[in-house]
Design a protein around this ligand. Structure first.
Ligand SMILES: Nc1ncnc2c1ncn2[C@@H]1O[C@H](COP(=O)(O)OP(=O)(O)OP(=O)(O)O)[C@@H](O)[C@H]1O
Ligand SMILES: [Mg+2]
Length: 419
């Protein structure tokens, strides 16, 4: 590792990882050494696929390293499972939510410690009470603890996952992209909890691509690139540009110039869109060339509105109109997502892994799925045309994978274009 780790003179490290490596088919982590101190937040950042989650899972007991050793509170630490790690006070909020959708919020929160009454039955009243308390900490007071987790939106599920890890004793807490699905209000609530844990001497690792969040919350930052730790420094010494350069390994130069934007005629119009009780009488117009933002808190109905427009859910009332060149927008019938696609409407889902992709299918199949007509003749997919389309999109989106045949769950999009 090129950069010496700055040490705090005031506290011994809670967790040390030394020379950690992990190899699957190829090495994904190599020679990572880090120290984590009580009461600090260490930002862990890096491009997609850099190895952040793998490192977290090693610390959290979900993945066994192929090289290196760890030390927790002065003793050798080699957890065999997540349960092992949790028993020693090492907890993690996973990037991929780890909840049981068919159980209630309360049951998910207290799965390993369900309160029992004298005869050994689950004490439902106490469970509900405890759940309410845990949910209030992250601002989920409005949700009934008996709600099934599977019926919650992904943002709320993320808050449940966070609440679950704030319960009980913990010495080390890893937060792996906890705010990816959250809005500013929930981020503030989460940060309040982080401050509370810091004050209690918990050591935190905070993983995010949102550099402004890292600046707000972390004292030090560690940057992973292609499985190697390339830099560790005080946050105060790192500008955003410097962090990005460290992450991608080269100067990314000027930000992308989006050019001049010309706003044209009304191209898309939504009128009176309603599905009780979540979406009520929503109307708006978007002009050609315009980017129209839709904002609101979790649960405000943003996702539901988009699903109605896309025909994924049936509306009680409302219509979608599309503009023709030079003409006024005319209503179109959208009863299903395939109708929407036919009319040239695309939706990138909020929960891409859950709703947007077929993770077990190859990248090429996922890319062509919405364009089957473009790659098939007489109802049969033409492999060559599908491959050509896949190559073109893999290139355009800089999708990192072993090739178009690899399954979707094993690929990553390079993120350097995010900035
Ligand atoms: N179980 C696995 N089998 C094979 N390869 C894996 C496995 N898990 C992760 N990888 C690979 O290891 C590399 C690091 O993945 P990891 O999920 O740790 O990255 P990350 O930094 O968390 O990325 P992101 O920002 O997208 O969350 C990737 O190339 C990934 O495809
Ligand atoms: Mg990750």
């Amino acid at each position: 590792m090129s950069t010496p780790i700055p040490s705090l003179a005031d506290a011994p490290p809670v967790l040390c990882v030394h020379g950690i490596g992990k190899t699957y088919a190829e090495p994904v982590l190599a020679d990572v050494s880090l120290e984590l101190r009580a009461g600090e937040v260490l930002a862990l950042t890096g491009e997609n696929g850099a190895g952040k989650s793998t490192l977290s899972k090693i610390v959290g007991g979900l993945v066994t390293p192929t090289a290196g050793s760890m030390n927790l509170g002065g003793a050798a630490y080699a957890p065999a499972s997540r349960k092992d790690a949790e028993a020693l006070g090492v907890r993690m909020v996973m990037q991929e939510l780890n909840l049981l959708p068919t159980l209630s919020v309360a049951e998910n929160l207290f799965l390993n410690r369900l309160p029992r009454n004298l005869v050994g039955w689950i004490d439902r009243a106490r469970l509900r009470e405890n759940a309410r308390h845990a949910m209030a900490q992250v601002g989920l007071d409005a949700i009934d603890p008996d709600t099934l987790v599977g019926t919650l939106g992904i943002g709320h599920q993320q808050m449940v996952e966070i609440a679950r890890n704030l319960i009980g004793d913990c010495r080390v807490l890893i937060l792996d992209e906890p705010t990816a699905m959250l809005t500013a209000r929930e981020v503030d609530l989460l940060f309040e909890q982080v401050e509370r844990l810091k004050a209690r001497g918990v050591a935190l690792v905070y993983i995010s691509h949102r550099l402004e969040e890292l600046k707000r919350i972390a004292r030090r930052a560690a940057v992973l690139r292609d499985g190697r730790l390339v830099h560790v420094d005080e946050m105060a010494n790192l500008s955003t540009d410097r962090l990005v350069t460290l992450m991608v390994g080269r100067d990314i130069g000027d930000r992308i110039d989006l050019g001049e934007r010309r706003i044209g005629e009304v191209a898309f119009k939504v009128s009176g869109m309603t599905r009780e009780p979540v979406v009520r009488d929503v109307s708006f117009e978007v002009r050609a060339g315009e980017i129209f933002g839709i904002s609101g808190l979790i649960g405000a109905g943003r996702t539901e509105l988009m699903r109605l427009i896309y025909g994924a859910d049936r509306a009680d009332a409302g219509s979608v109109s599309l503009g023709r060149e030079g003409g006024t927008p005319e209503p179109v019938a959208i009863a299903s997502p395939s109708d929407a696609v036919k009319h040239g409407i695309a939706l990138i889902t909020e929960d891409r892994k859950g709703e947007g992709l077929l993770l077990t299918q190859p990248i090429a199949a996922n890319i062509s799925l919405g364009h089957l007509r473009a790659v098939s003749s007489k109802g049969v997919v033409d492999g060559r045309r599908e491959a050509a389309l896949a190559r073109q999109q893999i290139d355009a989106m800089r999708i990192r994978s072993a090739g178009r045949h690899s399954r979707c769950r094993n690929c990553r999009a390079a993120t350097s274009r995010k900035w």
